[in-house]
Design a protein around this ligand. Structure first.
Ligand SMILES: *Cc1c(COP(=O)(O)O)cnc(C)c1O
Length: 718
């Protein structure tokens, strides 16, 4: 029997005057996060406080003075803004003429489940580590915009990922914090009798429980599991404490909770998904639980697996075998012996579902489990699709490489989350507003060429000043703590010039992204940075995984160069990379640089965010850039050749990097007399970049491909 479930949307501040009382409600729907007018409703109350509360509307309503709220509720200007924003919000939430309903009216009663370890929705919700999470967040926002019947499952980590600080010597230090769930836009779910909705899974020797919270992302619901409840031992309460712990037992338990607990959560909620989408292999245990349900109802494992395969969707993000999520077989034996018996399988048959022979012996590899139990699989760029088909060919030895059932859907970014407000207004003026309804239609972008250079340039200069202000504020805040060395303030960017050519390099710091490449010929770099007439500055930001020693060494290498007086304060490191820093950088830097070791960057998305804001990409032809680059919308680093060694590849790519910077990028940028006057050649490239890349790498294009290529075929199997 399905028990009815109730949600109790908390009230951030009961004292908000009734006339503007819906500020409480809007704070619990992330719709605000990608609608500048909605953000402004909170920000306008008190701009300083808005920065102080790190853009969290719930804390904002709790902290803002009663007097300010009262004034706002009587201010005609504010009320006009409030009423029109609320009307837009209502129109959005109640719209039934959505993209999905227009295109697939017969499927509007179906449901798609989307499971992911991380979701990057906003900087105030630290449930992400990097690109994978941001992609999942953007996928939800776009699904909401398009009206997809999608429900997502993930975790709310009460300690998030981690906070990064860089010591004076450049060493990454990590610290943790505890989130106060009353300050997050999460809604508890209850039964009629007032009991919390809990989902349970079995771990060796015990049952563990997770409370189910709901986060409303526009029209899409994201259900978040949380084990920090008294029903669990203190050990099990730690399960959803942190993202990506290195401890294998925690990891496998988390994946059991996500996959198996995810299926059970849908059942508790009375949702019967026709499609189950696994964002990366972390969620792959869901297939086993689905088989389990059918075997319990009388099917054989093979019959059940055949059904599961037809409705599972799997997205792989990992182009290197070593990067794949895997467990030693002994651990699988410890956690899954009861399950294989229930499935009617022997130990060996069960292990075979995901067996990989590696140099460390037999492993149980999650992407293999996902691939073996799903018919609808994809890599996240054309190149990554090809690399994946080759990498997993051994699972289909009877087929040719081209027939390996892994297609590709290149990633995209949610335009409205990443585009600066001002740039959006310029587009409205010169392109018409159709780009907002169909951001993936190249026709809507053709008129970018009609935007006068000085209009675009003014926005760009404004954004750069905003970045400079942001950096200065952060540096002052750090200095005021009294616990940082003066050189760290310089490293934090106080010597940046707003009108100098500025390059951004921000992302996680695994070794394959080669954050060190720019340092390869240090003397040459110093000459480039310090050219008196044509200075160059580089802003770095990003976290290394706490267990990744080589990654932390790269950060340190960079930091030492940044501190070196010879780099003139023109290299900068912004601590604790997050979505807020990312937004500031992609909306303002002139050039977005990326130096992955080809073909290790499955897609990359930060360059897409930068491109639609008018930055020019300067990257290795890997992942998305191998598709996006057309010779006139940015620059390539290196070639598409393969190299005999990493050293040779680094040498060739570094050489190409310096040459392009010296001979192309710097002269083109500085071909102008006055900072207020843009370089015509630069503007031509910028327009080409916005025009060609914005539609192609929007999540609108991406999600519609997921629907067409994977979701609808899976639904039709239902
Ligand atoms: C977009 C984004 C990423 C992904 O960056 P890549 O360059 O694609 O690796 C990582 N972290 C944050 C905070 C982002 O906004």
């Amino acid at each position: 029997m399905q028990k009815k479930i109730y949600e109790r949307v908390p009230v951030a501040n009961p004292e908000v005057p009734e006339r503007i009382g819906r500020l409480n409600e809007l704070a619990y729907n992330l719709y605000w996060a990608w609608n500048p007018e909605a953000i402004n409703l909170y920000r306008k109350l008190n701009k300083t406080l808005w920065e102080y509360v790190q853009h969290n509307p719930i804390i904002m309503l709790q902290e803002v003075s009663q007097e300010t709220l009262k004034e706002a509720s009587e201010d005609l200007e504010y009320l006009k803004h409030y009423d029109s924003t609320m009307a837009d919000f209502d129109a959005y939430m109640n719209d039934t003429n959505t993209w999905f309903n227009q295109n697939y009216p017969n499927h509007s009663d179906k449901s798609i489940a989307y499971l992911s370890f991380e979701f990057g929705l906003h900087e105030s919700i630290p449930a992400y580590a990097g690109g994978l999470g941001i992609l999942a967040g953007d996928h939800l926002k776009e699904s909401s915009d398009m009206g997809l019947p999608l429900n997502a499952i993930g975790f709310i980590y009460n300690q998030g990922y981690f906070v990064q600080k860089i010591s004076e010597d450049g060493w990454q230090e990590t610290s943790n914090f505890y989130l106060d769930f009353h300050k997050l836009p999460i809604i508890p779910l209850y039964y009629e009798d007032g009991k919390k909705v809990l989902v349970s899974v079995t771990l060796p020797g015990r049952e563990i429980y997770a409370q189910v919270w709901k986060m409303q992302v526009g029209r899409v619901s994201l259900y978040l599991l949380d084990t920090t409840i008294p029903e669990n031992s203190s050990y099990d309460q730690q399960l959803t404490a942190k993202l990506y712990t290195a401890d294998l037992e925690t990891r496998i338990s988390q994946e059991i909770l996500l996959g198996i607990g995810g299926v059970r959560t849908m059942r508790l909620l009375g949702i019967d998904p026709a499609v189950w989408h696994m964002n990366e292999g972390h969620a792959a245990f869901l297939s086993l639980e689905r088989c389990n349900e059918m075997v319990a109802a009388g099917k054989t494992f093979e019959e059940a697996a055949a059904i599961v395969r037809k409705s599972d969707v799997f997205t792989t993000h990992t182009p290197v075998p070593a990067g794949n999520d895997k467990f030693p077989v002994w651990l699988i034996e410890k956690y899954f012996a009861p399950m294989w018996q229930k499935l009617g399988l022997t130990r060996d048959q069960f292990i075979d579902l995901a067996k990989e022979n590696t140099e460390w012996g037999e492993q149980f590899t999650m992407p293999i489990l996902a691939l073996k139990l799903s018919e609808h699989n994809n890599g996240v760029s054309a190149l990554h699709g090809a690399v994946s088909r080759k990498m997993w060919h051994f699972l289909w030895p009877e087929r040719s490489v081209d027939e390996v059932p892994i297609t590709s859907i290149t990633n995209g970014v949610h335009s409205f989350s990443w585009l600066s407000r001002r740039m959006g207004l310029v587009f409205d003026e010169y392109l018409g507003t159709d780009w907002r309804t169909n951001p993936d239609d190249p026709k809507n972008w053709e008129k970018v060429d009609t935007i006068p250079d000085f209009v675009l340039w003014d926005v760009r200069r404004h954004q750069k000043r905003m970045l400079n202000n942001y950096i200065t504020r952060a540096a002052r805040k750090a200095w005021l703590t009294g616990s940082v060395h003066p050189v760290q303030i310089i490293a934090g960017g106080v010597m940046l010039e707003p009108d100098a050519l500025t390059i951004g390099f921000a992302r996680r710091f695994p070794t394959y992204k080669r954050g060190y490449l720019i340092l390869r010929d240090y003397e040459r770099l110093i000459r480039i940075l310090n050219d008196i007439d044509r200075p160059v500055q580089i802003i770095f930001s990003g976290k290394a995984h706490p267990a990744d020693e080589p990654g932390k060494l790269i950060v340190q290498q960079l930091y030492r160069a940044i501190k070196d007086h010879r780099t003139g304060g023109r290299m900068v490191f912004l601590e604790d990379y997050n979505m807020d820093i990312a937004r500031h950088l992609v909306q303002s830097v002139d050039v977005w640089m990326n130096t992955p070791r080809r073909p290790n960057e499955a897609s990359g998305t930060s360059g897409m965010k930068a491109a639609m804001n008018g930055a020019l990409n300067f990257s290795v032809l890997d992942g998305w850039w191998a598709e996006g680059y057309n010779g006139m919308n940015g620059w390539a680093i290196g070639t598409e050749d393969e190299y005999e060694s990493n050293e040779a590849q680094d040498d060739a790519d570094a050489l190409s990097l310096y040459e392009t910077l010296e001979n192309e990028i710097v002269p083109k940028y500085y071909y102008r007399k006055d900072p207020a006057e843009p370089s015509t050649e630069w503007m031509k490239m910028m327009k080409n970049a916005i025009k060609t890349l914005s539609p192609m790498f929007s999540t609108r294009r991406m999600v519609s491909e997921y629907v067409r290529k994977l979701y609808v075929p899976a639904i039709q199997n239902d």
